[in-house]
Design a protein around this ligand. Sequence first.
Ligand SMILES: [Zn+2]
Length: 290
Amino acid sequence: MQYVIMDLEWNNTYAKKTSGFINEIIEIGAVKTDEKLNTIDTFSCIVRSQIGRKLRGSVKKLTNLTNDDISSGVPFAKAFSIFRKWMGEEETVIMTWGDSDIRVLIENYSYFAGINSVPFLEKYCDLQRYYQRVKQRRADQQAGLITAAQEVGIDPELYTHHRALGDSLLTTDIFELIYDENVLRKEIVTCDEEYYARLLFKAKVLKNIDNPMIDKKRLEHYCDACGKQCELVTPWKFSCQYFRAVFHCDSCDTTYAVKVRFKKLYDRVDYKKVVTVVTPESEEEEDDDE
Ligand SMILES: [Zn+2]
């Protein structure tokens, strides 16, 4: 088994064919290591842009790539065919920092080859997620590559940042320093149908209060002061992602403005509730500010 730590650079550009914006890949960088993380080889390739002729100013600044560079590169299909040959036949775990490179790769394969998957992706590990697990942080505490480098004591200035190979080398060095076999084993996923379904799933806010996915218990409110169940004063109304209603506690004579949001994720419904006490002053102010 081997690891391929990959990084991509891309240029956001308008595609006539799909009448929408696409992140066109302009550079591939990768480091191949053996199971003990010894570097076997590195890979670097500029991809010739076929959709956007010009780089965005921000991309030029970030990568130092020029329009000449990307027009002299190798076209997408050829570039990834060279990359796959470079990967070789050995069982490979592809690794990237965060999953956006994989999303962009799917977007590009979909545009150029009409497939919604990555042909050479069999096993995958999101090193940003892995890093969070090793550091035992919450799911929403994501560290960028530079922050992570600083946290593990690497000087990111020594790498060519925002170039595909430079970022892959930096990612590889971070990975070496935080290597944890047990965590890693759990973070390597098989890229089957479910993997893609989960990755490409678009979270949706539920707008219909009668939706069976909405837990009706979540639409009750208990007084923050005395704990008694409050009375619903106004019917639930949906606006700006939230169902909103006013509740009243008869014992405390307190009025609450309650808003709840239900978001359908791949395998669960995310629930968020915000409560504010309504005072005579706040009532005078016009409605909600959101
Ligand atoms: Zn009360």
